[in-house]
Ligand binder design. Structure first.
Ligand code: F6P
Length: 380
């Protein structure tokens, strides 16, 4: 440990959707940093706290007793540094954040978050700040890390729900369509669908054909099993919708350089219209399955239950491993990196390689293959 490390002053913030294990991570960064003589301050409500200089010192007393507590003691938010609403106006606050970083005499800022947080963190790296990030998301879709804080807990919660849905679906001879979080990636639906024995698993990475899904349910019925559990990720889409969505996204990308043009407005409107249409997807799927199979169908939207409450042992362990390594990296002046898990080994990876990328499920992933081998319909 160097003398310089003893005098370091670091900030921490949590951004994006909350996830179980954030407090365990704040605790591990905080305790390890205090343990080697650093001062630690926490910014409230994500990047807004840095923009508005809303901060509190984090001492031993504040860090005590939070290991098992869900959510984040710092609060969180989805504000973007370059487009933040301040007094009713959208402003670029990145320079103000850089000023507040200096005002607080920070040597480093630790940002805990998912995909959006990494894009935002990169903006601060580009302003010359010493940023280091920890991966957290129940969606498990962060690039360049095997594990992210929160996924394991959510997987346990969703698996328990899928387990519980079996007995009621069985008793009423129904199809139950369970909507599971995951807008762009289907890790949670796939993992919990396999662990909970769902009969159909639909994920964004594999567009589905509703007739194929209905046929799988009818085959079960014809063999005497007149109930089925369909685990559907929020972002799962039919083949037709997936084509419309891809075209709408492409049009938005193509017009990126033409801000304010009629083409750009049209592309934005088309994407918004698609998103509005897709928000009713799970209900629509349930109705279609009812019509095609003649079985009664019900929808269960798991929603925020998936993100709440006590973190699992694995998430506490992960948060502690990543958080303590994060402090070691700060001691060694290693910045601009995300502290990632690679097969159980904690390694720093450049934030710029993470930001803007997603870890999607390859269609031939081992989990998909296993699901298919036990007879699960993947919708294709
Ligand atoms: O990114 C995590 C996530 O939980 C997604 O699975 C979900 O689509 C989204 O957050 C919900 O966001 P919000 O809490 O802002 O409604």
């Amino acid at each position: 440990m160097t003398n310089m490390a003893r005098n370091k002053r670091i900030g921490i913030l949590t951004a994006g959707g909350d996830s179980p294990g954030l407090n365990a991570a704040i605790r591990s960064v905080g305790k390890a940093a205090l343990g080697c003589g650093m001062e630690v301050i926490g910014f409230r409500d994500g990047f807004r706290g840095l923009a508005e200089n809303l901060r509190d010192p984090l001492d031993k007393a504040i860090l005590a007793g939070i290991l098992t507590v869900g959510g984040t003691i710092l609060g969180t938010g989805r504000d973007k540094p370059h487009r933040m609403e301040i007094d009713g106006q959208i402003r670029d606050m990145t320079d103000v954040m850089a000023d507040n970083y200096k005002l607080n005499k920070l040597d480093a800022l630790v940002c805990l978050g998912g995909g959006g947080t990494h894009k935002n963190a990169l903006r601060l790296v580009e302003k010359g700040l010493n940023i280091i990030t920890l991966p957290k998301t129940i969606d498990n879709d962060l690039y360049l890390t095997d594990a992210a804080i929160g996924f394991d807990t959510a997987l346990g919660i969703v698996t328990e729900v899928v387990d519980r849905l079996h007995s009621t679906a069985h008793s009423h001879h129904r199809i139950i369509v369970a909507e599971i979080m995951g807008n762009r990636a289907g890790w949670l639906a796939l993992g919990a669908g396999i662990a909970g024995g769902a009969d159909v698993i639909l994920i964004p990475e594999i567009p589905y054909d509703v007739e194929t899904v209905a046929a799988a349910i009818c085959r079960r019925r014809d063999h005497g099993t007149n109930f089925s559990i369909v685990a559907v990720a929020e972002g799962a889409m039919s083949v037709t919708d997936a084509a419309i969505y891809a075209a709408a996204r492409q049009a938005k990308k193509d017009t990126k350089g033409a801000k304010g043009s009629p083409e750009r407005d049209e592309a934005k409107q088309a994407l918004a219209a698609f998103n509005a249409h897709h928000s009713g997807n799970t209900l629509r799927l349930s109705k279609q399955l009812e019509e095609l199979t003649k079985l009664e169908a019900r929808v269960t939207i798991l929603g925020y239950l998936q993100r709440g409450g006590t973190p699992s042992a694995n998430d506490r362990l992960l948060a502690t491993r990543l958080g303590t390594r994060c402090v070691e990296l700060i001691e060694n002046d290693c910045f601009g990196v995300m502290v990632a898990d690679h097969g159980g080994v904690v390694v720093p990876v450049p934030i710029q390689d993470v930001a803007g990328n997603l870890k999607l499920i390859p269609p031939d992933h081992a989990w998909v293959q296993s699901a298919r081998r036990v007879g699960t319909c993947m919708g294709d």
